[in-house]
Design a protein around this ligand. Structure first.
Ligand SMILES: Cc1ncc(COP(=O)(O)O)c(C=O)c1O
Length: 299
């Protein structure tokens, strides 16, 4: 059987299943209360990128939500690798979701010892050579209406889904979220970065207001090793519009240039030199042969 003809394989609670046969109870607290967390780990060249940090963050999210029970980390690592292999993923991602489980009733109060529901699947997807990475994205600002614990990677993603839908309706590619104080928090599914005319790279500091992105963290490491400097501070929407460059980071978008915010064109309207440099550093860090995989970073 060819790979295309092979049924996509997922994993639910210890069992590998054809993805379209995966079943979860409608009484699951993930479905009823968004009582769950998730992770998305990029796969490049068949390798899982920063899986350890994603699993660290998953465990942190579960601890913060007082799950009490942790999934078996070794098993999760093994399932990541198996799904990549069985689904023939060279470039793409693995999705992992853990909820507090199903109890046949709708009770707001969480059980003391949850029976976790764990769901995983893998998907092929271009991460490096995408129109967004090549040409940049046009984004719109949307009020950040989320809850106060954005450091937890909760499956309660309605505000983000609405923001991205609004962006599409407004003819843009993505949304950045803006708190009532006028400061940008982050992208709807990414961390937000700007570059000033002096070449200073700025991103918001970690707090409960944003998700501590694994890609963000990796970029601090990769830039740091090259003596690059990043300023961690909040910036307003106005400051972002006045920036000469901007970009978003996320496991599935890696480093995505932003060339327009609310119709205001940044710099030349093309991804700028600093952003291209950051793309090159990050692609190299994940083992890409940039000359082959992303020759456009040089232009
Ligand atoms: C709200 C939000 N911020 C930031 C990120 C980036 O995190 P990471 O780099 O770990 O993918 C994501 C990723 O989904 C996100 O949803």
């Amino acid at each position: 059987m060819t790979r295309q003809a092979m049924a996509r394989q997922a994993w639910v609670n210890g069992v590998y299943v054809a993805a379209d046969e995966a079943r979860i109870s409608p009484f699951d607290r993930g479905f009823l209360f968004a009582d769950g967390v998730y992770e998305v780990t990029a796969v490049y060249g068949g390798r899982l990128i920063d899986m350890g940090r994603h699993l660290d963050r998953l465990e942190r999210s579960l601890r913060e939500l007082k799950f009490g029970t942790m999934p078996d980390r070794h098993e999760l690592e093994e399932v990541h690798r198996t799904l990549v292999a069985h689904n023939g993923i060279d470039e793409g991602y693995v999705y992992l979701q853990v909820t507090r489980g199903a109890y046949g009733a709708r009770d707001f109060v969480a059980p003391e010892t949850p029976r976790l529901t764990i769901f995983m699947f893998a998907e092929p997807r271009a991460l490096i050579d995408t129109p967004s990475a090549r040409n940049g994205t046009r984004i719109v600002s949307v009020p950040d209406i989320r809850w106060a614990r954005r450091d937890i990677k909760s499956v309660g993603l309605l505000a983000q889904a609405l923001a991205k839908t609004e962006a599409k309706v407004r003819g843009a590619d993505d949304a950045w979220l803006v708190a009532p104080d006028g400061f940008v928090t982050e992208g709807a599914s990414s961390n937000a970065w700007i570059v000033t005319k002096d070449g200073e790279i700025i991103t918001r500091a970690i707090s409960n207001m944003i998700l501590a992105g694994v890609t963000r963290h990796a970029l601090f490491d990769a830039l740091g090793q090259r003596g690059g400097k990043i300023t961690e501070r909040s910036f307003t929407l106005e400051e972002a519009k006045a920036a000469v460059e901007a970009f978003s980071t996320a496991a599935t978008g890696l480093v995505t240039p932003v060339v327009e915010i609310d119709g205001v064109v940044l710099g030349s309207g093309r991804p700028g030199a600093v952003t291209r440099g950051v793309q090159k550093i990050y692609y190299t860090a994940i083992g890409a042969d940039v000359a082959k995989a992303a020759p456009w970073v040089e232009t």
